[in-house]
Design a protein around this ligand. Structure first.
Ligand code: HEM
Length: 389
């Protein structure tokens, strides 16, 4: 049984055998407590869906974490005390409410022409030289400039923002001082947003109880942490899979905007970038949907979204990419109260960028010799993707 734990494999084996390892575990034990770590690993769709709505689970991962093990002195940890993603109700909704308008379809749709303009500028090497690396030379600068434009980062802070946003990626090696690059990233982002808010930025919705400036700054910082890495990993995954499946590519190119939206959902199901999300049990409970399992206060849990998204009990032929799949009720963006607040931005950007690339470069192909996945237990993404026009 010990062997069932995908997280017990060396990172390279985990990354290479991801969906097979998930499938082995899910088929035998969709809810399982790993004897190696004591963590609950939840890989079945029904169980993950039920647990995402369970109030007995907390997103405040530090709740039962021994004080001496936290890195409370860093700007990042202090900021996380206000991140909506790490709070439970009612504080979670109080913080989230202030950002709903900023992330709404009406507001995000205004970014459409900006995205298309940037895609055109950044894809110039493909037009001129006939080849380019997609991740570092197109997606990273596109996502950074889009986030800066959307969040109103001052032009003179762009260099800092650019440097910090790139350091939010979790797979980077530690800095020379042994700290995670994210620590420095948080300190810079907090400073960028603090000076922004003290000048002209106002995000509070009418009628909402106003957040403190500190809460606003901390959650703007969260948006960058939550958006950069997820997008920079998902967009190349999605383009790679479309290029690997010529019939799906044909379908995507012919589809209406509505058909393309549904296609993006299928791509999120099939190759979403967030593999799992953690929770901690805040009070003992047993789920009706999962009789026999008693979850105990203080237990840690990984809700394995990408495993649930390939569950044959929920999706027919789950290992097949089928952009015509209707109602793909995937979990790639979570579900319940913490459902991804950036979902609309993610889907709009994905639909526009993939559409732009495939329409502008009808012979687009990739170098299969140079596809390399980032070794990570939590995220699925590519180091690079070399394209030819
Ligand atoms: C393809 C890209 C993305 C993926 C796969 C993704 C995935 C997710 C998932 C799985 C969750 C749920 C976390 C949980 O329940 O603990 C989540 C929440 C969140 N996401 Fe995303 N995300 C993406 C893009 C974005 C973007 C672009 C933004 C910012 C604009 C963003 C901001 C957030 C925030 C702030 C939360 C926490 C919401 C809350 O706690 O209420 N995400 N995301």
């Amino acid at each position: 049984m010990q062997d069932l734990d995908p997280y017990g494999k060396p990172i390279q084996d985990f990354t290479a055998g991801l969906y097979e390892l998930y499938g082995n575990l899910r088929a035998v034990a969709p809810v399982w407590r790993s004897p190696r770590t004591g963590y609950w690993l939840v890989s079945g769709y029904e169980a993950v869906t039920a647990l995402l709505k369970e109030p007995g689970l907390s997103s405040d991962l530090y709740k039962f974490f021994p004080a001496e093990k936290t890195v409370a002195s860093t700007a990042l940890r202090t900021s996380q005390e206000n991140w909506m993603s790490m709070q439970d109700e009612p504080r979670h909704s109080h913080l989230r409410r202030d950002f709903l308008e900023l992330c709404s379809p009406a507001r995000v749709n205004l970014l459409e022409s900006y995205i298309l303009e940037r895609a055109e500028i950044l894809s110039a090497p493909l037009r001129v030289k006939g080849e380019m690396e997609f991740v570092g030379d197109l997606v990273v600068p596109l996502v950074i400039s889009l986030l800066a434009h959307w969040l109103g980062v001052d032009q003179e802070r762009m260099q800092d923002f650019n440097y910090a946003a790139q350091r939010t990626a979790g797979h980077l090696p530690p800095d020379a001082d042994g700290n995670s690059p994210g620590f420095k990233a948080a300190a810079i982002l907090l400073d960028v947003f603090a000076s922004k808010l003290s000048s002209d930025h106002k995000i509070t919705q009418e009628g909402a109880v106003q957040l403190s400036t500190r809460e606003q700054v901390d959650n703007l910082c969260l948006l960058v942490f939550a958006a950069f890495e997820t997008l920079v990993n998902f967009l190349p995954n999605a383009l790679l899979e479309i290029l690997k499946h010529p019939e799906q590519r044909e379908y995507f190119c012919a589809a209406s905007p509505g058909g393309r939206e549904a296609a993006i959902d299928e791509l999120l199901r099939y190759c979403g970038s967030v593999l799992d999300i953690p929770r901690v049990v805040q009070q003992d409970f047993e789920l009706e949907a999962l009789p026999g399992f008693i979850f105990k206060r203080g237990d840690y849990m990984l809700l394995m979204l990408a495993a649930a998204n390939r569950d044959p009990l929920q999706f027919s032929e789950p290992d097949k990419l089928d952009l015509t799949r209707a109602n793909a009720r995937h979990l790639a963006l979570g579900s319940g109260a913490h459902y991804c607040i950036g979902s609309h931005l993610s889907k709009l950007l994905s639909r526009l960028l993939l559409g732009y690339m495939l329409e502008s470069f009808p012979n687009l192909s990739f170098d299969s010799e140079r596809v390399k996945y980032i070794p990570s237990y939590g995220l699925r993404g590519l180091f690079y993707l070399y394209l030819r026009a």
